[in-house]
Write a protein that binds this ligand. Sequence first.
Ligand SMILES: C[S@@+](CC[C@H](N)C(=O)[O-])C[C@H]1O[C@@H](n2cnc3c(N)ncnc32)[C@H](O)[C@@H]1O
Length: 165
Amino acid sequence: MTRNGEFLFDEAIRAFRERSGQLIVEVGAIRNRDGQATDGHSTLHWPHDATVWSVDNDPKAVNLTRVLTADRPTVMCVLADAIAFLRTFPFGIDLLYLDGPHPDRDGGRQWHFEAYRAATMNPRSVLLIDDTDVPRFGKAEFVVPAALGDGFQIVSSGRQTLLVR
Ligand SMILES: C[S@@+](CC[C@H](N)C(=O)[O-])C[C@H]1O[C@@H](n2cnc3c(N)ncnc32)[C@H](O)[C@@H]1O
C-alpha cells in the first residue's frame, strides 16, 4: 500500500549505521517483481554489508525474493510464519522491518503487535513499519504504543513509521 517516494528506508538505514547495526529482519518479502506495484521491494534496499533475514509464509514471495537477491549471500530468505520464526530466532535484531499481512484483514493490526512482541530487539535498534498512513496507524496501531513503552521514540511517521532507541 505504500506509494513510491515516501519510503523511510534511507532514514532507517542511516539510524542502523549510527548504531553499528549488523542484523536486519524483514517481515514480508518481495511479492511483486515489477515496479508498478505499490510495494517497496524492501529487501533490495538493505545494505549489502548487513545480514538480512527475510521471512514470508508465501512460497512465491520467498522464491521471488531469493531470485532477486541471488547475488547477495548475506540475504537469507525463509519460508515461515513470521511470528513463529521470531519467537525462536536466536539473535538480537538491530533493524526490524514489519510489512506483513494487510492491517484490516484477519486481525492484521494485532498480528503486527504480536510479531513485534515476538522479536528480540537489541538495546540500540531501529524499527520500521509499513502502511501506517491509514486510520489509527494501520500496521503500527498496537506496535507504536508497545514500542514507546520499550523506550523507542518516533523519528518520522507517514506512509511508513520509523522508531529508534
Ligand atoms: C505487503 S507484502 C510485503 C512487501 C515487501 N516488504 C516489499 O516491500 O516488497 C506483505 C507480505 O506479508 C506476507 N505475510 C502474510 N502473512 C504472513 C505471516 N503470517 N508470516 C509471514 N509473512 C506473512 C505476505 O505473504 C506478503 O508477501
